[in-house]
Structures are given as structure tokens and as C-alpha cells.
Design a protein around this ligand. Structure first.
Ligand SMILES: NC(=O)c1ccc[n+]([C@@H]2O[C@H](COP(=O)([O-])OP(=O)(O)OC[C@H]3O[C@@H](n4cnc5c(N)ncnc54)[C@H](O)[C@@H]3O)[C@@H](O)[C@H]2O)c1
Ligand SMILES: [Zn+2]
Ligand SMILES: [Zn+2]
Length: 366
């Protein structure tokens, strides 16, 4: 008889339920991880709502951490008992992009990340002979996850897995957007639009980098209070009639050096770009809907304003995730402040619903 595990399965948009599915086995270059915790990222909600083109049924979850249970053939550098953060960035290590250090753009991983399979093109998830799909090489809303070995990032064993799991996606995305993508330097002025799990991590990274001012916008006062606690120098609630662009202009005179959109609508990307000084850079992190578009005045491009984006903070997972874990353990990256709610896997639908209007991050603890 096949061993089973509990997993949160999406069979149609908007519906998620915990089912007993086959406990997977790792294939070559893969590892089986016993999941200890998984954060709930807005991208889980976007996927659940059908706003991302994904094959169904799939097992959701992509911000996990746990302990290696077994390794597949060919895996080196990992063994049972290792503590790992599960990264959504898969780098084959051999393609042109990986060789340039752009693992998030890996020519093997990026094209299939939303295809419901692992990078070898196959799914290891099933239920009584029915194939289930993977989500972002991870599917960590489940008791066990089979992931490519390249996505299992070994970390120190004294770090709490129910906090550092956030480095699987959201927290390292916000951090990497600031540190890796934008390379914010001391004295740079910064605007961060949206103080959710991603935006708040960007605030922490901006403070670490020495940015000033650090202006944060949101529509939720609780989120803005949290932003001030972790490093925002100024906050603006844009539901009160004030605008992020207006505050950026008022506080800097000429606009900010860097603006990060951690919401992902056409309107917020517009705001990010409009808030820039000449030569400034707007970084699109959020993606609220795959149909969202952005357009910019060419006149602004002439004055060297830039609009770019980032996949997972443009990180090098095996360098940046352990470094962020160390910064957290030293008290310099207060990721624990992000965790405002904890759930059992059975409460996964509530955990997802609570994202709307909530502040901080919800974490499913196994
Ligand atoms: N690029 C990537 O690799 C990557 C990785 C992770 C998440 N994301 C995306 O980043 C976005 C943020 O994710 P999250 O998990 O932090 O979401 P979240 O739900 O935790 O936070 C979103 C925040 O934006 C605020 N908000 C909503 N409308 C706003 C507006 N008009 N102006 C300012 N703030 C507003 C909300 O109140 C909330 O606090 C999502 O679109 C998600 O899909 C992208
Ligand atoms: Zn590659
Ligand atoms: Zn995510």
C-alpha cells in the first residue's frame, strides 16, 4: 500500500481542500523534505483565484522550510537531517543565465516554473494514479515536498523554521529586490509601495542598506505601523486621499532614487515610475494579475528613468538565503516581526482568505 500524506489541493479556481495524496519519492537530483512550516504568499492567493495560468489539479504552497528526509540519486552536498529553506529559484548552474549569476532567469527553470512539473519535465505528485501538479517547484502546503536539490538551500540548524520559511519566497524577494536588483546604497531615497510580506522585507533591507528616507505606502494602517517598526521613516495611507507620488516629491524635492512596487497593479507600477527622480529606477516586484500591463512616457526614459522587475529578488539562493538567515539570527533582519498569524494545514483556506485586509504574514506550521 502506498504511504500517504496530507496536502492542500486546488482542483478548480477558488477552491482548496486538504486531501490524503501519495507520499512522493525523490527522483534523480531531487530531495524529499519533511515540511515544518510554509508561509502564505500573495502569489498563492493569485494562483488560487485563477489569475495565473496553471495546470490543475495542483498542490499549492511555495514558501516552505523543513528537514531533508531522503535524497535521490546524484544528489551531493545534502543529507537526511539537514535543515533547508525551499527556494522558488531553480538554477541549473550550466545555462548562460546561470553562468551570469542570474539564477532566477535560468533557461531550464524559468520556462517550466509555472508548468506544474519539476525541471526534469515530470511530476512526482499523485493520488491513486491521478497526476497532481507542482507549484513553483515546491508545493509545500503538504507534509512532504519533493524539490529539485538546487532548490533545497541548506541553513544553520538553530534557526527557527517557522520564521525563516519566509525566505523561500516573499521575504527574500523583497530583500533581494533592494540588495541584489537595485543595489541600494547608503543615502539613496526609497519608496516602497505595499507593506505586505514582500514590501516589509524590502523595508528591512532598505534600512540595512542605509537608505534614507524610506517612504512606505499602503491602504492599511496596521501594515504601515509594522512598516515603521521595521524601518520606514515615513508612511502614507493612500486610501486617505494622499498619494505615494505626492509624498515622495514632498519629502525628496526631486523624486526618489528607487521605487519598489510590491502590489503589482498597473496603477501602482505607474505610481512607482512617477515618483522617480531623473536617473531613478522603479522595480516591479508585485504581480497581482498576469494581464497587468505598464506603460511609461518616453520623455522620462530620455531622462534616464528606468523600469525593471525582479523574479524572486534576483537572488543567488545558496548565497543570499543563508546570509539572510544569519542577519535574522543576529537581530539585523527582524523577519519574526512579519509573522502575525499561525495556522494548521487544515486551516489553509482561512490562512489564504485572511491575506485580504490582514497585515504581516500567515504561516502554516506542521
Ligand atoms: N516578483 C516575485 O518574484 C514575487 C515574489 C513574491 C510575491 N510577489 C508578488 O508581490 C506582491 C506582494 O506580495 P505579498 O505577499 O507581500 O502580498 P500581501 O498581500 O502580503 O501584501 C500586499 C500589501 O499591499 C497593500 N496594498 C493593496 N493595494 C495597495 C495600493 N494601492 N497601494 C499601496 N498598498 C496597497 C495591501 O494592503 C497589503 O498590505 C503580490 O503581487 C505577489 O504576487 C512577487
Ligand atoms: Zn540555468
Ligand atoms: Zn511567493
Amino acid at each position: 500500500m502506498t504511504a500517504t500524506m496530507k496536502a492542500a489541493v486546488v482542483r478548480e479556481p477558488g477552491k482548496i481542500s486538504v486531501e490524503a495524496v501519495d507520499r512522493p519519492e525523490p527522483g534523480p537530483d531531487q530531495v524529499l523534505v519533511k515540511v515544518h512550516a510554509a508561509g502564505v504568499c500573495h502569489t498563492d492567493l493569485t494562483a488560487l483565484r485563477g489569475l495565473v495560468p496553471l495546470p490543475l489539479p495542483l498542490v499549492l504552497g511555495h514558501e516552505g522550510a523543513g528537514v531533508v528526509e531522503a535524497i535521490g540519486s546524484g544528489v551531493t552536498g545534502l543529507e537526511a537531517g539537514d535543515h533547508v529553506v525551499l527556494s522558488i529559484t531553480y538554477g541549473c548552474g550550466r545555462c548562460r543565465q546561470c553562468q551570469k549569476g542570474a539564477y532566477g532567469l535560468c533557461e531550464v527553470g524559468a520556462p517550466v516554473a509555472l508548468g506544474g512539473v519539476l525541471p526534469d519535465g515530470a511530476s512526482r505528485l499523485a493520488k491513486d494514479g491521478e497526476r497532481l501538479h507542482h507549484f513553483l517547484f515546491q508545493s509545500s502546503f503538504a507534509e512532504y515536498a519533493v524539490v529539485p536539490a538546487a532548490c533545497a538551500v541548506k541553513i544553520r540548524k538553530d534557526a527557527p523554521l517557522d520564521v525563516v520559511c519566509l525566505l523561500g519566497c516573499g521575504a527574500i524577494t523583497g530583500y533581494g529586490a533592494v540588495i541584489r536588483r537595485a543595489k541600494v546604497a547608503p543615502g539613496d531615497s526609497v519608496l516602497i509601495i505595499g507593506a505586505g510580506g514582500v514590501g516589509l522585507a524590502a523595508v528591512m533591507a532598505a534600512r540595512l542598506a542605509g537608505a534614507n528616507p524610506i517612504i512606505v505606502s499602503d491602504v492599511n494602517d496596521d501594515a504601515l505601523a509594522l512598516a515603521r517598526e521595521v524601518g520606514a521613516t515615513h508612511t502614507v495611507n493612500v486610501s486617505t486621499g494622499k498619494t505615494a507620488v505626492g509624498e515622495a516629491q514632498r519629502l525628496t524635492g526631486s523624486g526618489v532614487d528607487f521605487a519598489f512596487d510590491a502590489v503589482g497593479t498597473s496603477a501602482t507600477i505607474d505610481e512607482a515610475f512617477q515618483s522617480l527622480c531623473n536617473g531613478g529606477e522603479a522595480v516591479a516586484i508585485g504581480l497581482a494579475d498576469f494581464a497587468a500591463t505598464a506603460s511609461v512616457p518616453v520623455f522620462n526614459l530620455i531622462y534616464e528613468k528606468r523600469l525593471t522587475g525582479t523574479n524572486n529578488g534576483s537572488i543567488r539562493p545558496h548565497v543570499d538565503i543563508p546570509a539572510a538567515v544569519d542577519l535574522f539570527m543576529e537581530g539585523r533582519l527582524p523577519l519574526d516581526r512579519l509573522v502575525t498569524r499561525r495556522y494548521d494545514l487544515d486551516q489553509v483556506d482561512t490562512a489564504l482568505a485572511d491575506m485580504d485586509g490582514g497585515s504581516g504574514r500567515g504561516v502554516i506550521v506542521f
